[in-house]
Design a protein around this ligand. Structure first.
Ligand code: G6Q
Length: 537
């Protein structure tokens, strides 16, 4: 992070430390309009923040001093910005709608390959949706089970739920991720083997959880349908690893590929989205990509002062590094977005949860906020208390849609009233004087006073559609990118995930071996011994 540019931000925090959001609003009647903007179907009101023009200027300087413009271009043009893995970062190519664009990696244009896979996914999902694809016994597919984990699961899960109104209602979609056998077993209770398609989604096709679940599902299917030949009609793969796919027994004709320049947590618009495409159809899937693309273009071309991902990123940095806010909350006021916070958790925390900078040196500032959230209004009746009156500063993003897909009486008005009211209460609070005026008993006033001055962003769209969902995901992807650039960390590797994958293998052999090595620490050895005893080994 550029020290000098940050110093200016820090000075302004000091200078305005006694100024509240309420005072900022009192000073400037145009504030709401000034600190709002629209992009790709989304309206962002960021006026309820501890900012003024001067602060935004200083924050933008921070972005400029990080060479953000050049970094954005590097990403979009396929430079190998994921340097620790020697890879380009090109999820934007997956939704690039500019038919003339050439995006080269190692001198080769990736766009023909992207279009080819998309077309193959479209043809395949058509045959599933229209019933031309028949299962082993000649029946059409009614159930789709995506087996994958992390980046090969969270995106499809989130988007399938988010786009429920667009899904084929006479089909059912399931997502098995956890290696906990309960996850698979409960799913298999819901489906019929002769009408089920399993999509094994794994970039590497070696991930323990996914491969174990896939093998178990294969055994179940073969047992139910009485022949190994059934596998070809009920299993397809999404992967970058053709050999491993073939070894598993899936015909590589039924493998939908992607590339090492698609990071797991950014892979929803790749073939990893196959289950989603089957659910919503290729045209709606195209609209999703269009939404992504609109936000991509906005991010790449808008000046920073009017650039939504840049603004969200800078505000996040202001609170995280300037005010010591360790976490931030994403609060979608839309039931269909209930898995959106979990999806963002991975995108953000796996990307920027890094403690060394690009030179391999320990960072001298904190990075990667802890991200969490729940759909409104449920959260209001649980953890909002702490946000309103607790001792932590927790900036929040509120997300809402003006129109519901399911109008029922005045429920939607009530939902949105709650969203707007929460941002109002958090920003403006309630003073002791106001409490007194309302007749609150003197001794209760400290408990009923709300400090306010709690920062929020509000994101509004007309309706949650494939297009606006795509734009929303791209908005956060680019926000995370900008923060990674400013923190000078590598956002596209995940060595922490890799370590866990390796360690689990060693422990597993000690859980199951006749003679375990027990070469672990005393605590881990004790836990292994206790487990072995309980299961009779
Ligand atoms: C995401 C991570 C990680 C990954 C899973 C699944 O960015 O790399 O969450 O997606 O570990 O990996 P596979 O797709 O290779 O099974």
């Amino acid at each position: 992070m550029d020290a000098k540019a940050w110093e200016k931000v820090d000075d302004l925090i000091d200078k305005n430390q006694n100024k509240t959001i309420k005072e900022y609003f009192a000073e400037d009647p145009d504030r709401a309009a000034k600190f709002s903007l629209e992009a790709a179907g989304w309206f962002l009101d960021y006026s309820k923040n501890r900012i003024d023009r001067e602060m935004m200027k200083a924050l933008i300087k921070l972005a400029e001093k990080s060479d953000l413009k050049a970094e954005i271009e590097k990403m979009f043009t396929g430079k190998k910005i994921n340097a620790t893995e020697g890879r380009a970062v090109l999820h934007t190519a997956l939704r690039n709608m500019d038919s003339k664009a050439k995006i080269k990696v190692d001198g080769k244009d990736v766009m023909p390959g992207v279009r080819k896979v998309l077309a193959a996914m479209g043809d395949f999902s058509d045959t599933i949706r229209n019933g031309k694809w028949k299962g082993f016994t000649g029946k059409r597919i009614k159930y789709v089970v995506n087996i994958g984990i992390g980046g090969s699961d969270l995106g499809p899960v989130m988007a399938n739920l988010a786009l429920t109104p667009y899904t084929k209602r006479n089909m059912k979609f399931f997502f098995v991720s956890n290696v906990d056998s309960t996850h698979l077993a409960e799913t298999l209770r819901e489906v019929k083997a002769d009408q089920t398609l399993f999509i094994v989604a794994s970039k590497t096709f070696t991930t323990q959880e996914t491969m174990s679940n896939a093998e178990a599902a294969k055994a179940w299917l073969v047992e139910k349908l009485g022949s190994k030949k059934a596998v070809a009609k009920h299993f397809v793969a999404v992967s970058t690893a053709a050999k491993e796919v073939a070894d598993f027994g899936i015909d590589v004709k039924n493998m939908f590929g992607f590339w090492d320049w698609v990071g797991g947590r950014y892979s929803l618009p790749s073939a990893i989205g196959l289950s989603l495409m089957i659910a919503i159809g290729r045209n709606n899937y195209k609209k999703l990509l269009k939404g992504y693309y609109k936000m991509d273009r906005h991010f790449r071309t808008a000046r920073f002062e009017r650039n939504m991902p840049v603004i969200l990123a800078l505000l996040g940095i202001l609170y995280h590094n300037g005010y010591g806010a360790e976490s931030y909350c994403v609060l979608p006021y839309d039931q269909y977005l209930s898995r959106f916070p979990a999806y963002l958790q991975q995108m953000d925390m796996e990307s920027n949860g890094k403690c060394v900078d690009k030179n391999g040196e320990a960072v001298t500032y904190t990075t990667g906020p802890i991200e969490w959230g729940e759909p409104g209004t449920n959260g209001q009746h649980s953890f909002y208390q702490l946000i309103h009156q607790g001792t932590h500063l927790i900036p929040c993003d509120f997300i809402g849609c003006s129109k519901t897909h399911n109008p029922v009486g005045d429920l939607h008005d009530k939902l949105m009233a709650n969203l707007f009211a929460q941002t109002e209460a958090l920003a403006f609070g309630k003073t002791a004087e106001e409490c007194a005026k309302e007749g609150v008993e003197k001794k209760l006033i400290p408990f009923k006073t709300f400090e306010g001055n709690k920062p929020t962003n509000t994101l509004l769209t007309d309706q949650l559609t494939p297009e606006t969902l795509g734009a929303l995901v791209a908005l956060y992807e680019h926000k995370v990118f900008v923060q990674g650039v400013i923190w000078n960390v590598y956002s596209y590797d995940q060595w922490g995930v890799q370590l866990g994958k390796v360690l689990a293998k060693g422990v597993l052999s000690d859980l199951t071996a006749k003679k375990p090595s027990m070469k672990h620490d005393a605590s881990t050895n004790q836990l292994i011994a206790r487990y072995r005893k309980a299961v009779g080994r």
